[in-house]
Write a protein that binds this ligand. Structure first.
Ligand code: NDP
Length: 333
């Protein structure tokens, strides 16, 4: 068990230079880490769409460089000023300022506010990083649909961006709960994986640049998990069944939402916003408690790609281009 930070340790640091953001290996000391209650020896981090935005000039998620990116931190507690945590605890930490406003998981050590830290029960740190912010967001999305009252008897559920992190874990969770899942993916190669995760049907992307979104289209879905946003979400809204609900978390297809009020006022559709960043510690821990139990991914191994820290640049470029399938864990230790 490690109980203190060594004199120096390795990190990937993003620095802004002439409008470009460059990610490079550096050596840091404990003095470089932010103030915070829980010091963690990082075992694994992850690759999320937001991590790619963190190294994109004007990506909108990092205000001040230099920063160690990595919005997911999974590892072992080294020291804690909060008595809720003790050296040796296996934990995951994410959300709040981690990896965007203060140093994150692409370093051998991280310090996190205790509200962001969750003790792991049965999950390993590798599994927790594989679930990471994306899988957590999938679990939040599924929990929101269940809380809304959706059951498998209501009808089919659509998952967009299905081959990505939020999408693939959502397909897995919903299928395990007995829902009939239609997975929409732009990657023909991912169809077998999505079927293996439990999708009853795999379709392509729902819209293209030419698609005109009608205020209301054919009524198809009892529920949806959407991490794409843009015209995709507008299309999903227009094709919901009466009283259907959509858990909306992302914007890989754009932030604008070209829709009308018709789905809301003529079909009673509910648009449920999902935010994993600013939620409180109680909800964060309760969702992780469910991820350990009734919302536990059933096929995590089939969606994991493990990389070393040296492969991060390529992986971040790929996720920004929408080319990553499943979840990528980054071995830091
Ligand atoms: P991924 O890249 O792993 O997944 C996103 C998927 O979206 C891609 O794999 C692709 O799936 C699809 N996609 C990509 N580009 C486009 C496009 N132009 N049009 C339509 N579909 C596209 O990212 P994550 O799973 O990490 O994150 C997904 C989204 O959710 C991001 O916008 C992220 O910022 C957001 N997010 C929000 C959170 C919150 O708290 N609200 C937390 C976590 C993530 P396919 O090829 O299968 O169609």
């Amino acid at each position: 068990m490690t109980t203190s930070i060594p004199d120096s340790f390795a990190a990937l640091v993003a620095r802004e230079n002439d409008g470009a953001v460059i990610l490079g290996r550096e050596t840091l000391t404990g003095a470089d880490l932010p103030d915070g209650q829980v010091t963690i020896a990082v075992h694994y981090s992850g690759v999320n769409y937001k991590d790619a935005l963190a190294i994109t000039p004007r990506g909108g998620v990092v205000r001040n460089y230099p920063i160690v990116p990595g919005i997911d931190v999974a590892g072992e507690v080294v020291a804690s000023t909060d008595p809720a945590f003790a050296p040796g605890d296996q934990v995951v930490a994410h959300g709040g300022p981690i990896g965007t406003d203060q140093h994150g998981g692409y370093a051998e050590f991280a310090v996190a506010p205790s509200d962001q830290v969750v003790k792991l029960a049965s999950l390993t740190t590798r599994e927790a990083a594989a679930i990471g912010t994306a899988g957590f967001t999938a679990a939040m999305s599924v929990a929101a649909l269940l809380d809304h009252g959706l059951t498998p008897d209501n009808g089919p559920i659509l998952v967009t961006g299905a081959s990505g992190g939020v999408g693939a874990v959502s397909v897995d969770l919903l299928s395990a709960l007995g829902f009939t899942v239609t997975a929409s993916s732009g990657k023909p190669d991912a169809a077998q994986l999505l079927t293996d995760l439990g999708a009853a049907e795999v379709v392509g992307r729902l819209v293209d640049d030419e698609t005109k979104i009608r205020p209301l289209g054919k009524s198809q879905w009892a529920g949806a998990v959407d991490c794409v946003g843009g015209t995709t979400l507008a299309y999903v809204l227009s094709t919901m069944q009466h009283s259907g609900a959509i858990a909306a978390s992302g914007l890989t297809g754009g932030a604008a939402l070209p829709t009308t009020v018709m789905p809301f006022i003529l079909r009673g559709v509910a648009l449920l916003g999902i935010d994993s960043v600013l939620i409180g510690a109680e909800l964060r821990r309760s969702i992780w408690g469910r991820i350990e139990t009734d919302l536990r991914p059933q096929h995590l191994d089939s969606v994991i790609t493990e990389i070393g820290i040296g492969d991060l640049d390529a992986s971040l470029t790929a996720i920004k281009a929408g080319k990553v399938t499943g979840r990528t864990v980054v071995r830091v230790k």
